[in-house]
Write a protein that binds this ligand. Structure first.
Ligand code: C5P
Length: 304
């Protein structure tokens, strides 16, 4: 997350993420799933501008980008507005704010765009309105809003996320990672992918829930060798997502044939990635991936 002042307004750029790994450890009593996932923030960013609202209202305007194709709600259904309302409830602060959003992170992609915007709203308004909430309190509010928001609050380059995804432990990266990301024209709803995972799990009663990732492997995400990184990859939601849209199966198979460190789906999809050996390899492969016409192609590096 990067902040800058624009006159009286506060501008923030906030990143997307990819899940290098995602392991489901079981369904919880509250209907969510316990996860063990390694997330890396990547330099594909949304920009939000917070300005004082003379009217005292809260408003959200979407100014550009990916959201034109998949219009996003700008009312209380949007996580940004939910974050504003939660801060107001928490502090009793009732002034308005005009929020402008330039959206680059694709929606329903498994790249955490909505969560990143919500995290940016919590941190930015805490500054903009001088609310003085501590980071631990912001983390509590983030966990109330959703499962991925906590990861974006701290701006760690990489983290192991457990619980619903809201318990964050930073992982140092010893070098910058580069990937080609492809976002197919269709999106996938996180809730529906988890539901399909549950159905598949129930149908295959003998297939045990994937085992936890050994911590020795997690720590090696920042490790020296590409083999170590490759051993980390794997996403338990991939099968469910492939079942929901067979085009994903073809895309993953194509990515799997590339001579890269490894490939997979991020989060609950529908975006997929190829983890490349260098920035140069990512740029070259992006050209090849564009010729497939399977979706929008991005070259991303870890961090913001
Ligand atoms: O928390 P978030 O709003 O991102 O989750 C969207 C949906 O994904 C939840 O309503 C739930 O159905 C599913 N989910 C889950 N277990 C998680 C995270 C999300 O079942 N750990």
């Amino acid at each position: 997350m990067r902040f800058s002042r624009q006159g009286e307004a506060l501008r923030v750029r906030t990143p997307a993420k990819i899940n290098l790994s995602l392991h489901i450890q079981g369904r919880r009593a509250d209907g969510f799933h316990d996860l063990q996932t390694v997330m890396v923030s990547v330099g594909l960013t949304d920009t939000l501008l917070f300005a004082h609202a003379p009217t005292g209202d809260v408003s959200l305007r979407i100014c550009s980008g990916a959201a034109r194709q998949h219009p996003l709600p700008v009312d209380d259904r949007n996580l940004i507005i939910k974050a504003v309302r939660l801060l107001q409830q928490e502090t009793g602060y009732s002034s308005g704010v005009d929020i402008a959003l330039w959206k680059k992170i694709p929606s329903e992609a498994g790249m955490g765009g909505g969560s990143s915007d919500a995290a940016a709203t919590l941190v930015a308004l805490n500054r903009f309105w001088e609310l003085g909430l501590s980071f631990p309190r912001l983390h509590e509010l983030a966990a109330k809003l959703g499962s991925d928001i906590n990861f974006f609050l701290d701006s760690f380059p990489a983290a192991l996320c457990t619980g619903r995804g809201e318990a964050i432990e930073a992982i140092p990266l010893s070098r910058r990672l580069y990937a080609v990301v492809i976002k197919p024209p269709f999106g996938l709803s996180t809730g529906r992918v988890f539901q399909t995972w549950g159905t598949l799990q129930a149908e295959n009663k003998d297939s045990a829930i994937e085992s936890a990732l050994p911590s020795s492997r997690i720590l090696k995400v920042g490790g020296r060798t590409q083999r170590e990184l490759k051993s980390l990859l794997g996403n338990d939601l991939e099968r469910a997502a492939r079942t929901m849209n067979p085009a994903l199966q073809q895309l993953l198979a194509r990515l799997n044939r590339l001579d890269v460190i490894g490939s997979g789906m991020t989060g609950s999809g529908s975006a997929c990635f190829a983890l490349c050996r260098s920035a140069r390899q990512a740029r070259v492969l992006a050209g090849r991936c564009r010729s497939w016409n399977t979706g929008k192609v991005f070259v991303v590096g870890s961090g913001v």
